[in-house]
Design a protein around this ligand. Structure first.
Ligand code: FMN
Ligand code: SF4
Length: 438
């Protein structure tokens, strides 16, 4: 393991993660001692429109993957329409490799709750939901306890802190489907239906939960709000880059010495993150990596110095996504990794549209054939052709995302595919695992 140099250590900007290591960080007493609920006091004295403007000025962009400007999203909620408004926090966190929202909710649930109250006040919502992934039992328990603590202290419920503002916050556990992270499928699931994406338009801003104006935001987005309210938009913009402001929690996994969450200004590079994580594991050399989960095209060792912000990663041909950097070495096989991801997409496809439902089914079978040493050169064309028929033709982003590892691994690592097809690499799958592949 290597020790990071002081100049690299200085890249760490603990903001959302700053309380995580405090003893009992999840209790309201600790939270209040460490600035907790001070932003709420400040926010409730401001006009809701001024809060929306503050978030616009900060340049905060959604942390759920698409990077949509948060203030703009809040501003889309029609005011004075006489309808109930809702805030829904997307805590589904299902993107492979992503691990930033769960630790945040486990270690610092009050930061999210404080953000929920401020955001609800800004968009004039009196009911908010946190939709949490079904398997995240521990985090859901922490959140529910924290909601009860906040309620007992008068931060939630009726007439919050004597301001006349009411807010009910419900923590809702899903059943553990990746598609329920897609915001419209999430809303269907929350309403009690099977989680499948809705046709857009109309968008959730006007026809969201129960056909009412709704903001859906990621955990990290909402948890950023109290810091912006306390520190101001200019302070927030001292971190990050011009169009990607603020700090970001990068989750590092794979062949590095110290996997975990590293919060840095946006625009940090993978070279710096690997140094922060103590370097690669001994004997391993970087071969490929995902900048933001498996739905984002793979990058390689050529891209070690790409700034990890929305623009920098896009310019390198990928997507910042959820900043889940999964790091693979020369001892890992990009063909096998892609196959495993495709198994996931195939399993999680909700089946609503043909390109994703059938395309992923067929691609899994082609991969099994290749990995069993029975692939052909035509199989590679079939894969690209299938991706062509999924990308841009699927009903939601799950289908598009599934093509990312396929097309990018074929772009950078065609040789590894040919090694299976031409017999230079020993088959990884047995004939038994081929069942149903032909
Ligand atoms: C298949 C799929 C899964 C998604 N999963 C999540 C998720 O787990 N968490 C999340 O915040 N956003 C997820 N998203 C993105 C959401 O649809 C939505 O853009 C996001 O919650 C908006 O919040 P933000 O503006 O704060 O980023 C997913 C999108 C797709 C297409
Ligand atoms: S792309 Fe996949 S997950 Fe999305 S609607 Fe179509 S079948 Fe369902």
């Amino acid at each position: 393991m290597t020790t990071p140099r002081p100049e690299t250590l200085a890249k760490l900007t603990p903001v959302l993660t700053k309380r995580w290591l405090s003893p009992d960080a999840w209790r309201i007493g600790t939270y209040e001692k460490l600035d907790g609920y001070a932003a709420l006091r400040k926010a409730l004295k401001a006009h809701p429109d001024d809060l929306i403007q503050l978030i616009k000025d900060s340049g905060l962009r959604g942390r759920g993957g698409a990077g949509f400007p948060t203030g703009l999203k809040w501003g889309f909620i029609p005011q004075g329409d006489g309808k109930p408004h809702y805030l829904v926090v997307n805590a589904d966190e299902g993107e492979p490799g992503t691990c930033k929202d769960l630790p945040l909710m486990t270690h610092d649930p009050h930061a999210l709750i404080e953000g929920v109250i401020i955001a609800s006040y800004a968009i004039r919502a009196n009911r908010a939901y946190i939709y949490i992934r079904g398997e995240a039992v521990h985090a859901a328990r922490r959140l529910r306890n924290a909601v009860a603590e906040a309620q007992a202290k008068g931060y939630l419920g009726r007439n919050i802190m004597g301001t006349g503002f009411d807010l009910e916050l419900v923590v809702h556990s899903g059943a553990g489907a990746y598609i329920c992270g897609e915001e419209t499928a999430l809303l269907d699931s929350l309403e009690g239906f099977r989680g499948q994406p809705r046709l857009r338009p109309p968008f959730p801003a006007t026809h969201g939960l129960y056909a009412s104006p709704t903001v859906v935001n990621n955990v990290g987005t909402i948890a950023s709000v109290p810091y912006i309210v306390l520190g101001g938009a200019d302070w927030w913009k001292t971190m990050g880059t011009e169009k990607s402001s603020g700090p970001m929690i990068y989750s590092l996994s794979g062949r590095i010495a110290n996997p975990g969450q590293y919060e840095c200004s946006m625009g940090v590079t993978l070279r710096e993150l690997i140094e922060l994580a103590g370097g690669m594991q001994p004997g391993h050399e970087l071969k490929f990596w995902t900048p933001g989960g498996s739905s984002t095209p793979l990058l390689t060792a050529e891209h070690l110095d790409v700034p990890l912000d929305f623009e920098g990663v896009a310019a390198a041909g990928s997507i910042l996504g959820t900043t889940a950097t999964q790091i693979f070495s020369d001892q890992d096989c990009p063909v096998y990794a892609t196959y495993r991801w495709l198994e996931f997409y195939h399993h999680e496809s909700c089946g609503k549209c043909t390109p994703c439902r059938e395309g992923n089914y067929w691609m899994v079978r082609v991969y099994r054939r290749i990995l069993a040493g029975q692939g052909t050169h035509e199989d590679l064309d079939t894969l690209l052709d299938t991706c062509d028929n999924i990308l841009g033709r699927s009903f939601c982003g799950l289908g598009d995302g599934a093509t990312s590892p396929v097309t990018s691994s074929l772009k950078y690592f065609k040789r590894d595919y040919l090694d299976y097809i031409e017999g230079r690499t020993a088959p990884k799958l047995s004939d038994k695992q081929l069942v149903g592949a032909h």
